[in-house]
Write a protein that binds this ligand. Structure first.
Ligand SMILES: Cc1cc2nc3c(=O)[nH]c(=O)nc-3n(C[C@H](O)[C@H](O)[C@H](O)COP(=O)(O)O)c2cc1C
Length: 260
């Protein structure tokens, strides 16, 4: 079975915690996942508990070890190196979602997704963008009225990300398009990462309409070289909400080899 999600769990000296966590994680109704607990060189009986759990859930658990560095980040990175979630499945699973539960999106999850986005390629590695996240109700109310493409569902959006490009990252006019490319690549990684975290998203066009641009500049105190490139709605998907079917073009329409 293709796995959409690999759950990486750093572990250190916590036999009871690891048992409770893994028993819970391994008893979900969702099936397309695997679990990678990474023992961070425990010196109690945590490794034995992990071994027993691996025997109990052999199809789900693939334990790993991080013995060189004592830190949950090192353990997490070791786990990520072994993660096997299928990218094609993930890309197929994502779809633009416009109906969200009225629940706060945890900042830790947004940070995780933005960390994934930060790994995207960018010209000269300049990362000429900023993910500006808005979930404060007062600002959100003003902000979600500004793009045109959210008519009918604006009030439903619990969190809006404004992806801001910064021209100061590039010194020549000839490179002024690169902020759009940097931001677009980061946006896609962000939206796929959001999907792996049980969240959903929708890109929202930011139109080049001077009046709206001015309103946004004032609301977000944008510097003269900064401009919004894309809005992204984020939230927990409302299972009752409709998701439009978006058929993708066949491969032979969108690609060619050695075409002259
Ligand atoms: C640059 C860009 C702008 C978009 N603007 C809007 C928008 O203003 N409102 C909206 O509801 N969806 C918007 N979308 C989402 C598209 O409608 C959606 O990606 C497309 O229909 C394909 O569906 P899928 O994302 O589910 O595959 C935008 C997508 C992109 C990439």
């Amino acid at each position: 079975m293709a796995r959409n999600v690999s759950i990486v769990i750093p572990v250190y000296n916590d036999p009871e915690g690891v048992k409770e966590t893994l028993d819970t994680v391994c008893n979900q109704t969702y099936e397309k996942y695997d679990v990678i607990p990474v023992d961070n060189d425990s010196n109690d009986n945590t490794p034995d508990v992990l071994e027993n759990l691996t025997r109990k859930y052999p199809d789900l658990i693939s334990p790993k070890q991080e013995v060189e560095m004592q830190s949950s980040y090192a353990a997490r990175n070791t786990g990520i190196e072994h993660a096997s979630g299928d990218v094609l499945d993930l890309a197929r699973q994502r779809s633009s979602t416009r109906w969200f539960k009225q629940e706060q999106v945890p900042h830790e999850l947004l940070d995780q997704a933005i960390s994934v986005a930060a790994q995207s390629p960018s010209a000269c590695n300049r990362q000429s963008y900023e993910f500006r996240v808005y979930d404060n109700p007062e600002i959100l109310e003003k902000l979600r009225e500004l793009p045109i493409g959210v008519r009918g569902y604006a009030e439903n959006i619990p969190c809006l990300v404004v992806l801001v490009g910064k021209q100061r990252a590039y010194f020549h006019d000839r490179d002024k398009h690169t902020v759009y490319i940097d931001a677009s690549l980061a946006a896609m990684s962000f939206e796929l990462a959001i999907e792996t975290l049980g969240l959903a998203s929708c890109s929202i066009n930011w139109p080049a309409i001077r009046r709206r641009e001015k309103q946004l500049e004032e609301l977000l105190s944008l510097d003269p070289d900064e401009e919004a490139i894309l809005f992204i709605a984020v939230g927990y998907p409302d299972e009752e909400g409709m998701v439009p079917y978006s058929e993708k073009k066949p491969l032979d329409i969108i690609r060619s080899y050695n075409s002259t």
